[in-house]
Write a protein that binds this ligand. Structure first.
Ligand code: FAD
Length: 433
């Protein structure tokens, strides 16, 4: 027997939780909405998995970080969904989606029908086994996307007490995981092919600080090479990581963070795609009017820059979900909502550090403040300048007011003539705007 809902959210991650809250705000009758998720738990703030979830002392655990606590909102416990008459269909993977019959089929053979679908399937990790890296299927080689992955990693950290870890990848997963493993007293080697960490966002000046800071904390960084193979012991557990440059590193634990890919395969050929994601308008409606896509999977018009973008960050997943629900409800009432006008915002936290970035990291960059990793008080940042205007801003160690100031500057895009002067003024330039 098929189950029928007015609205189905496919995926039970960050977007799903924020969408559910918005549906409830806008008015929802019991039984109208279902969330179908492969995960066994109600929507939670995913960024916690690479941070407080792995702390050696008092690690964060559910129900502590269910959405919407990450943005200072109400914590939606499983009971909240029950009270609102929202059906949480957990541990259920959808394996087939048919846009023409408006139906979804689970791995267990159940069918779910909808009038309106919100695709919120997020991303999956890129695995070394996808490239046939030798020995990459050994035990204790971890990836981190879902709470189950974090639980397995946590167990391994406990089991391999004071062991050795190799982190493959120098992006935000690599940086956050290296830090948290070090806090667990694990010996950490970090390996990445690029000349500096987080090259998609960081300039070499920004990276200089983090690499120095990590080195001071005892994290060993190996740049300019990649893992080409793994050896395992007789139990099949990883023992060594072989690098392309010939070096061999001992490892009890390997964490791989080499990027993700949006989960769009169920909809291939059924909805328009763009830039690797599902193409939407400013209301997150896809090429099929009854189907919306939000969060990591959506390629949407980024009004500020006049182009289509896909954004894999938590702030956008929350805001896109809210925008889609507002648009769905407005359409039903014959009304409209304003176009999505997003200012890209990313952040990360590791050790005692915390950075925020707003806007676009294009054009020339200017460093301000003191990026010396030995400095007792850390505060520095960078502006990006394109066509004579500040278009992006990064700040490590900012107060809430200072972070607001750099957000504002990225939104307002003030003109700037003299880059040396800008570097000298630093944060006070943003504070003036
Ligand atoms: P997700 O939150 O990934 O949710 C997708 C959901 O869909 C999951 O529950 C999944 O199981 C489910 N699903 C997928 N396919 C199916 C299917 N076929 N059937 C049923 N269910 C399915 N961003 C930042 O800005 N700052 C950070 O510090 C930060 N830290 C992060 C740390 C980690 C470890 C990870 C993994 C991500 C982090 N992010 C961070 C990125 C951020 O979490 C994502 O951008 C955000 O979660 C995307 O929300 P989403 O709803 O699109 O997808």
């Amino acid at each position: 027997m098929a189950k029928t809902f007015k609205y189905i959210i496919l995926g039970g991650g960050v977007s799903a939780g924020y969408a559910a809250r918005e549906f409830s705000k806008q008015g929802l009758k019991p039984g109208e909405l279902a969330i179908i998720s492969k995960e066994a738990v109600a929507p939670y703030e995913r960024p916690a998995l690479s941070k407080a979830y792995l702390f050696p002392e008092s690690p964060a655990r559910l129900p502590g970080f269910h959405v919407c606590v990450g943005s200072g909102g109400e914590r939606l416990l499983p009971e909240w969904y029950t009270e609102k008459g929202i059906e949480l269909i957990l541990s259920t993977e959808i394996v087939k989606a048919d846009i023409t019959t408006k139906s979804l089929t689970s791995a267990g053979g159940e069918t779910f029908n909808y009038q309106t679908l919100i695709i919120a399937t997020g991303s999956t990790v890129i695995r070394l086994t996808d490239f046939g890296v030798q020995g990459a299927d050994a035990k204790n080689i971890f990836y981190l996307r879902e709470i189950e992955d974090a639980d397995k990693l946590y167990e391994a950290i406990k089991a391999k007490k004071n062991g050795k870890a190799v982190i493959v990848g120098g992006g935000y997963i690599g940086l956050e995981l290296s830090a948290v493993l070090k806090l667990n007293n694990v010996d950490v080697n970090m390996v990445y092919p690029e000349p500096w960490c987080m090259p998609r966002l960081f300039t070499s000046d920004i990276a200089h600080f983090y690499e120095g800071y990590y080195a001071n904390k005892g994290v060993k960084i190996i740049k300019g090479t990649v893992a080409t193979g793994f050896t395992a012991n007789s139990d099949g557990e990883v023992k060594e990581v072989k690098l392309k440059d010939g070096r061999v590193l001992e490892a009890d634990i390997v964490v791989v963070g080499v990027g993700g890919r949006p989960l769009t395969t169920l909809f291939k050929g059924q909805v328009a795609e763009e830039k690797g994601g599902i193409k939407t308008d400013s209301f997150f409606k896809t090429s099929i009017p009854s189907v919306y896509a939000v969060g990591d999977v959506a390629t949407f018009p980024l009004k500020l820059y006049g182009e289509l973008r896909r954004v894999e960050h938590v702030d956008h997943s929350r805001k896109s979900a809210e925008q889609a629900v507002k648009a769905i409800k407005a359409t039903e009432d014959g009304k409209t909502v304003e176009e999505y006008d997003y200012l890209p915002y990313f952040y990360s936290r590791a050790f005692d550090l915390s950075w925020q970035f707003y806007g676009d990291n294009v054009g020339e960059s200017v460093l301000f403040g003191d990026n010396n990793p030995e400095s007792p008080k850390v505060k520095f940042g960078s502006y990006w300048i394109k066509d004579g205007k500040v278009v992006g801003a990064f700040l490590e160690g900012g107060t809430p007011e200072e972070n607001n100031a750099i957000a504002k500057i990225a939104r307002v895009q003030p003109p700037v003539e003299n880059l040396d002067q800008l570097a000298k003024e630093g944060l006070s330039f943003a504070n003036k705007i």
